[in-house]
Each structure stands twice: as structure tokens, then as C-alpha cells.
Design a protein around this ligand. Structure first.
Ligand SMILES: NC(=O)c1ccc[n+]([C@@H]2O[C@H](COP(=O)([O-])OP(=O)(O)OC[C@H]3O[C@@H](n4cnc5c(N)ncnc54)[C@H](OP(=O)(O)O)[C@@H]3O)[C@@H](O)[C@H]2O)c1
Length: 280
């Protein structure tokens, strides 16, 4: 249903590269040319403005809607003059948030809606009613969650059919390999989605990790970001990485990651350098 690499749009607008409409269209076009037809959004990206930036470019491009897949999220309410930051999974809030996303994105439906973060106040019966309405109205094709623990996933999954858990996974944040979240998604024959797949590799230097990744980049004759991607891709759960770059050159390079076959020991070298200790 989704392309083997998902394009994350969090940094496209004012939370990052501040692309204009032409640059946005160009980037969408490049992604599609590379076969990356799935785009990950959230209502809040760019302080609620990035979906509209993407949507205005999409409107002008006159693409066949079935050529691309759109994911969005709801549930986080950002702080403003009148309210503190909090989560909201009330029936009306979910439905209205999706309707606003559809308007912003200039589309009739989302391919997938995710609940952005778990909330202690989330009532699974209410969420199930909201999902049912959105599905019946043809506004959302499938549903999932993001950043849910295994028990939070299991509870909601008793009421609705969840199709993914979108979680943080990278060489510098490998906890999902051990905390059961990947096992759970895999056991249901679903594809997990991974955000921030490069982790803080480029911003927070870990000398040992850098050394290993650089040597593997040399061994496979590719750039370091591709080694970080191949680290994720080696996991048997068939993780769908979500990449956040807005750099056209990097996007054009990413298909190479699928040809890199890290051997098992090299995979563990990355893990060991990241965690600063060997496996037990
Ligand atoms: N569900 C959630 O809670 C959640 C949370 C966070 C993110 N997400 C989703 O995941 C997507 C990806 O997250 P992310 O943006 O953190 O992903 P990422 O792909 O790990 O990081 C992208 C960042 O790394 C930089 N970068 C990429 N390659 C580089 C290189 N070779 N050298 C130096 N810098 C490099 C990019 O800068 P350039 O643009 O200059 O390449 C960009 O700033 C988001 O867009 C969003 O859709 C979801």
C-alpha cells in the first residue's frame, strides 16, 4: 500500500526548510520519480501550516490522486495564547481534525490516519466510533497509531483494526529492537513505520559510531546516510523508513540503500558503537 520508503514532510515548511510552493512541487515530483509515492504529515507540522503548503502545490500539480498515498496524524494540541499543549482524542476533535487536514491537503481522503501520541485519557470506544464514521464517510482508508507502547497498541486494537505503529528507530535510538514494539507489529503481519531514521548521527557526534559507519560507507561505496538506512532495513519486520530530508540530491540517492546488504556482524558493530557496550 505504501512505497518502500515514506517521505516525511515535517521539515518542509516553517519547522525546517521553509519551502515555497514551487520548491514543494519540485520535491513532490522528485519523490514520485524515485518511486517514493507515500507522504507523511501531521495536522500540527509547521504550527498547523505545512499540510496547506503541500496541498496548494498538489492542487496545481493535478496529479492522479491514486498515484500517491497520504498519511496524517491528529491528537496533539499545540500550546497557544489560550491553551496549554495537550492531547485530545474526543470524537468531535478527531473528526474535525481530519476534515481540516483534507481541506489543507486538497484531497478527499487520507490513505492512513495515525493517532500521534498515546494519551492517558484516550477512550478506545470513542476512538472506534470516530474511526468508523471517518471510514463510512470515505474520508480515511486505514488507521494506525504512533509512539504507542505494546499494551497501548493492544488495548486500542481490541476496538479498531490498527495497521501500523509509527515509532522512532535509528542507529542512535535502537530501543524498539528490544522493547517489543517491533515484535508486536511483526507478529500481526503489519509493517512498522520508523521516524527519524538517521537519529542524531549528524548532529551529536559519537566517535565510535561515526568511525564504524564511515568504514562501512567506504566498504559499500555509499554515503553514511545510506548505511544508517540499511541498518533499519535489515530488520526482518520490513520497516518502512520515513525520511525527513528536503534535499533533492539525497532523495535521489536513497534507492541505493535497498541494494546494500549489511552482514550480520557489521549490523552488530553499529549497535555496539551506538550503545557503547557489547551485547550480553
Ligand atoms: N510520529 C512521530 O511522532 C514523528 C516524530 C518525528 C518525525 N516524524 C516523521 O518522520 C519524518 C522524518 O523525521 P526526521 O526529519 O527526523 O528524519 P531524518 O531523515 O532522520 O532526518 C532528517 C534531517 O537530517 C538531515 N540530514 C539528512 N541527511 C543528512 C546528511 N547526509 N548530512 C547531514 N544532515 C542530513 C536533514 O537535513 P537536509 O534537509 O538538509 O537533508 C534533516 O534535517 C518527519 O518528516 C515526520 O514525517 C514522526
Amino acid at each position: 500500500m505504501f512505497s518502500r520508503l515514506i517521505i516525511g514532510c515535517m521539515r518542509w515548511g516553517i519547522w525546517g526548510s521553509n519551502l515555497n510552493k514551487n520548491q514543494t512541487s519540485q520535491l513532490i515530483e522528485t519523490c514520485i520519480e524515485e518511486g517514493f509515492t507515500s507522504f507523511d504529515h501531521a495536522d500540527i507540522y509547521g504550527d498547523y501550516t505545512t499540510e496547506a503548503l503541500f496541498g496548494s502545490a498538489l492542487e496545481d500539480m493535478k496529479l492522479d490522486r491514486t498515484q500517491i498515498q497520504l498519511i496524517s496524524k491528529c491528537g496533539i494540541v499545540l500550546k497557544n495564547e489560550t491553551n496549554i499543549k495537550h492531547y485530545n482524542y474526543d470524537f468531535d476533535y478527531i473528526v474535525k481534525s481530519v476534515e481540516q487536514s483534507l481541506k489543507n491537503l486538497h484531497t478527499d481522503y487520507l490513505d492512513m490516519l495515525l493517532l500521534h501520541r498515546p494519551s492517558p485519557l484516550l477512550n478506545p470506544e470513542v476512538v472506534a466510533e470516530a474511526f468508523q464514521k471517518l471510514k463510512n464517510d470515505g474520508k480515511v482508508k486505514s488507521f494506525g497509531v504512533s509512539n504507542f507502547s505494546t499494551t497501548q497498541f493492544e488495548l486500542l486494537n481490541q476496538f479498531v483494526n490498527l495497521e501500523t505503529n509509527q515509532i522512532e528507530i535509528s542507529a542512535t535510538e535502537p530501543k524498539a529492537f528490544f522493547d517489543g514494539t517491533l515484535d508486536q507489529v511483526m507478529s500481526k503481519n503489519l509493517s512498522p513505520q520508523a521516524w527519524s531514521v538517521l537519529g542524531n548521527y549528524f548532529s551529536n557526534e559519537n566517535k565510535n559510531l561515526t568511525e564504524i559507519v564511515k568504514s562501512l560507507a567506504e566498504k559499500h561505496n555509499v554515503e553514511e546516510d545510506l548505511i544508517l538506512l540499511s541498518f533499519i532495513l535489515k530488520h526482518p519486520s520490513k520497516i518502512l523508513p520515513i525520511v525527513g530530508t528536503t534535499n533533492i540530491k539525497r532523495i535521489k540517492n536513497y534507492n541505493k540503500a535497498f541494494d546494500i546488504k549489511l552482514n550480520t556482524e557489521d549490523w552488530f558493530k553499529i549497535l555496539e558503537a551506538s550503545r557503547g557496550k557489547e551485547v550480553e
